[in-house]
Design a protein around this ligand. Sequence first.
Ligand code: TRP
Length: 460
Amino acid sequence: MAASIHGQWSSRWAFILAATGSAVGLGNIWRFPYMVGENGGGAFVLVYLVCVAVIGIPIMMAEVLLGRRGRMSPIQTMGALARIEGTSPSWSLIGWMGMLAGFLILSYYSVIAGWTVAYVFRSASGGLDLITKDGAGAMFGALVSDPEKLLAWHTIFMVMTVIVSARGVQHGLEKAVRFLMPALFILLLVLVGYAMNAGDFARGVEFMFHADFSKITAGAVLDAMGQAFFSLSLGMGAIMMYGSYLPQDSSISTTTATIALADTAVAVLAGLAIFPIVFAFGLEVNAGPSLIFQTLPIAFGQMPGGAFFGTLFFVLLVFAAWTSAISLLEPAVAWLVEKRGWTRIMAAAWAGIVAWALGIVTLLSFSSWDFSFHFFGSQKSNGLFTIFEILTNNIMLPLGGILIAVFAGWKMASAHTREELAIGNDFGYALWVTLTRFVAPALVFLIFLNLFGVLDWLLG
Ligand code: TRP
């Protein structure tokens, strides 16, 4: 099919960088470590890696494939492909649910990214120098209990997102990721180096890679799967959208594998940087969303040149979050341009305003609206923010993922998927078909059932 009306990546590498920019973000550096901490370490990491390999990668290939075949926003792409394949137009529901999930995720993503922006300044002004464990806790507490400040940072981040989004595919998105991704990777290596010297590295490694399955619950398995979807940006059409800008002659399987590998490497490195510090300084592994903001300031506060490295790190994290946030907005922006005929600027601005307003819910979830609740046997806090997280990452994204896999695996003619994937060998294609038709949807389904206790009841 011809290129998308919204433009096209200048090359295969541009796509890899942009999709990696989407995948690598707060999910890897902020969320992955605290999820590992809350769910007991190694066993969670192992389940996570399995989810990436057997659910994430095949579904990512399916998303890119659908996007490139449809060449439009997910809603329109799914409608058009359903027509071509002669099935129900309701498949465009994938696009609608994805757009909703995108708004919900971006609303809280921007608030957390706002914290990161705030820490750039705290670090640059020397505020982290020789900070103690209690000092770091107090600094974080003071930030999140000040809604006006949070609103300011959240607004700044959302405006940044809208600006790049308004500039369009090649000018906005591509330029931003080209240098920032490699820089972030190198700085993470520096942090891991610090953790090796100053942290309790052996204990950190043991915590992350020694799988103790007695700690794994149905909720933890669901969290691991949800985190895999979130971290790879799957299940809501962001990768489908980016796939629609992919030149026809680029291989989907090798690009996808590169993206998934880079994303996983960054998450593991982030864990290796953070847990040794957690143990060396006697911090709580299950501190939740505040984890990196309680640990990294201590590391930067103690290391030589810490103010410099700290500032650089938070700047790069802001950039990583930025390139992810743009992808959360992209399906909605493209749809508004296609369907409503708006300019990109109008579309980006209005989509940004909606997500910004929704963000107020998260902003208050850490102070006046904070409440605790029970979710399938575990105690959760931070009220509506946590409910948004569960609803999007643990429910909407995996559900979107199942639907994408079923559509690509069952509803599309295999001549079409085979042509689009253009995998040279038969084995490779057969593997993808098997994973997409059976393994991925069945696993997601089983994990849902497990959560509702149905498996225990059946087997018990
Ligand atoms: N993957 C990003 C991260 O890890 C977040 C993100 C960007 C995302 N686009 C997405 C999550 C689409 C789910 C769906 O920070």
